[in-house]
Write a protein that binds this ligand. Structure first.
Ligand code: C2E
Ligand code: MG
Ligand code: MG
Ligand code: MG
Length: 283
């Protein structure tokens, strides 16, 4: 029997896939209890007007504090959430928590800002999603214009269906941003096919500004196209002053990134909102 056990162990540890599947099952199992155990938090990353230095909004980013598992990043567990039946409750929790927080800041007399919420791939087409958005806004009494939903091209089932859904959301009065633009199999026609307010240029492009000639040219042209289409352009993942200056010079007006602020706790955001700006327009 000793021999047998060894064989099983060998098979198990040798197979990368088994290890990954086991890990996935473990994460999914723990996630099921994460909400009731109060392990989920939202952090908020400021979005900055690159001309004035003022905070115009924040993006809500989920964090999971779990004592048993080593740090699991959203990049690891969001795909599991998307595949499991957890999309509905966790997605709703994120939406509610973010909207409540934005309303609380307004009620505290802080300058009103935009709240961006990432929408899970499968969440958008869930039956009842529209109703949920409506109900949450109504219950919390947050004006729809202060909520922005970030979708990615991965949300795209078929373009008509996506377009229809976004039109309905815009009728409610919320804003729509296309996240991670430039990654995946994006084609420019999506900018014409679906109703959008904002376009977020993916970090991978911003990182290569002035390092990679082709990427730099692409960034310039994405900004131009976006501006021509009357979209707000948001650059993701700005880490250097060089990138900031380049973007500003080429008419990208909004930025987000570690250069300005990491995703922050509620208290840290409040301190910044009281201050009003990350840098002054003179600098
Ligand atoms: P995302 O929506 O593109 O969010 C931006 C990610 O880039 C965040 O990672 C943020 O912390 C990171 N980031 C921001 N500035 C910088 C920078 O200057 N340098 C670098 N290296 N990274 C920067 P995070 O929080 O790990 O989230 C990863 C992804 O997970 C998000 O990408 C989003 O797609 C997803 N996600 C996070 N929270 C949620 C959520 O509540 N719902 C859904 N559906 N997805 C979420
Ligand atoms: Mg996002
Ligand atoms: Mg993004
Ligand atoms: Mg991104």
């Amino acid at each position: 029997s000793n021999k047998k056990k060894k064989k099983v162990d060998y098979k198990f540890y040798d197979s990368n896939l088994n290890v990954i599947l086991l890990q996935k099952a473990k994460i999914e199992n723990r996630l099921r209890h994460a909400m009731e155990n109060n392990e989920l938090r939202l952090h908020y990353q400021p979005q900055i007007n690159l001309n004035t230095g003022k905070i115009i909004g924040v993006e809500a980013l989920i964090r999971w504090q779990n004592s048993e598992l080593e740090h699991v990043s959203p990049g690891e567990f969001i795909p599991i959430v998307e595949e499991s039946g957890l999309i509905k409750p966790i997605g709703k929790w994120v939406l509610q928590t973010a909207c409540k927080q934005n309303k609380a800041w307004q009620d505290a007399g802080l300058p009103p800002i935009n709240m961006s919420v990432n929408v899970y791939k499968n969440q958008l087409f869930n039956k009842g999603f529209l109703k949920t958005v409506n109900q949450v806004l109504e219950k919390i009494q947050l004006e729809p214009k202060y909520l922005e939903l970030e979708i990615t091209e991965r949300n795209r089932k078929n373009i008509e269906e996506l377009s229809h859904m976004l039109k309905k959301l815009k009728e409610i009065g919320v804003n729509i941003a296309l996240d991670d633009f430039g990654t995946g199999y994006s084609s420019l026609s999506i900018l014409d096919d679906i109703p959008l307010n904002n376009l977020k240029i993916d970090r991978s492009f911003i990182q290569d500004i002035s390092k990679d000639k082709n990427k730099t040219a692409l960034v310039k042209n994405i900004i131009n196209i976006g501006n021509d289409l009357n979209l707000n352009i948001i650059a993701e993942g700005i880490e250097t002053v060089e990138q900031q200056i380049f973007l500003k010079q080429h008419n990208c007006n909004i930025g987000q990134g570690y250069l300005f602020a990491h995703p922050l706790s509620v208290k840290e955001v409040e301190e910044l909102l009281v201050k009003g700006e990350i840098f002054t327009s003179a600098s």
